[in-house]
Design a binder for this molecule. Structure first.
Ligand code: HSE
Length: 306
């Protein structure tokens, strides 16, 4: 076996109250990577279809993640990677994480799976470092493990898989502008008020509990962000109106997807998620912002070997 194709899904990080710690894997939007073992050692990115991204392995998230795995594994192995980008970079639904996670799952598969999915997180995080300057794990963890995950610590790496109620559906609206994660991180304040930290911790604990108890009202009450949303929402056209209309249409909660500009709404059931999508689209139609939308149940498995 010397060639494999993988589907690497998009993800939503932060989920309102879990900045840099919570994430969830989406189902029907993602990148496809074709990976082949070759005799020349190292990683070569042969082609990127759909987006203009660096081909040089040391500048490409999939290349960097793959090289991190190979540096640990040894044995002078080599792989070529072709990437079909289904996720737009800078859209806020884990574009770099999908490519990084897809690369390490595919290479690991061709090596005979020497690493567990949990162990692959550390390699995929190196891809995040090259993408935005910080090796955060809140997108790569759900993409590798599936469902909702919580990153308790990145050093040492400690990731917890949470319960993923089957009825939850995400509606994502992406205003067609690009916000680089590095820029969206640069606007954040370094210091917090104790009251903000207390409120955020309370909501995060309650949201995790709501997921485990499948208590949708508790999930609704907990989807509040006192720290990041007030600052970053200024980068997103019509954010407050999107949020109000999505929640009026029945969403449990609405917030910024990762570092934005995509906005997520979380709903119970597909019908509500679709109504919420229409309500959000109306907002952008009214103010003339071009957009695309995705409606996705939760993907409990993560990256898939095709
Ligand atoms: N937690 C990260 C952030 C996710 O919000 O900056 C970026 O994809």
């Amino acid at each position: 076996m010397s060639r494999v194709s993988v589907f690497a899904p998009a993800s939503v990080a932060n989920i309102s109250c879990g900045f840099d710690v919570l994430g969830v894997c989406l189902d029907n939007v993602g990148d496809i990577l074709h990976i082949e073992e070759v005799s020349k050692s190292g990683i070569e990115i042969t082609e990127i279809i759909g987006q203009d991204l660096p081909l040089k392995a040391t500048q490409n998230v999939a290349g960097v993640a793959g090289l991190a795995l190979l540096a640990d594994y040894g044995h002078n192995k080599g792989f070529q990677i072709q990437i079909e980008k289904g996720i737009k970079p800078g859209s806020g639904i884990g574009s770099s994480s999908a490519s990084a996670a897809g690369a390490v799952v595919g290479i690991n598969h061709l090596l005979g799976n020497p690493y567990t999915r949990e162990q692959l997180i550390a390699f995929a995080m190196e891809g995040e470092r090259v993408a935005c300057g910080t090796a955060h794990a809140d997108n790569v963890s759900p993409v590798l493990l599936g469902g909702f995950t919580l990153v308790r610590s990145v050093n040492p790496l400690d990731v917890v898989t949470l319960n993923s109620p089957l009825e939850l559906v995400f509606t994502i609206i992406h205003p067609e502008i690009e916000v680089k994660t590095a820029d969206a991180r640069a606007v954040l304040l370094d210091k917090l008020h104790l009251k903000q930290a207390v409120a955020q911790t309370a909501n995060l604990g309650a949201l995790v509990t709501g997921l485990f108890k499948e208590d949708y009202e508790l999930i609704r009450r907990s989807l509040v962000d006192h720290i990041v949303e007030p600052v970053r929402s200024m980068l997103i056209p019509g954010f407050n109106e999107l949020k109000n209309r999505a929640n009026e249409a029945g969403a449990l909660g609405t917030g910024i997807s990762g570092s934005g500009p995509s906005v997520f709404a979380l709903s119970k059931g597909m019908d509500t998620a679709q109504k919420v999508g229409l309500a959000m689209q109306e907002v952008y139609d009214e103010i003339g912002v071009p957009y695309n939308t995705h409606i996705s149940p939760i993907n409990a498995k993560g990256v898939k070997i095709l």
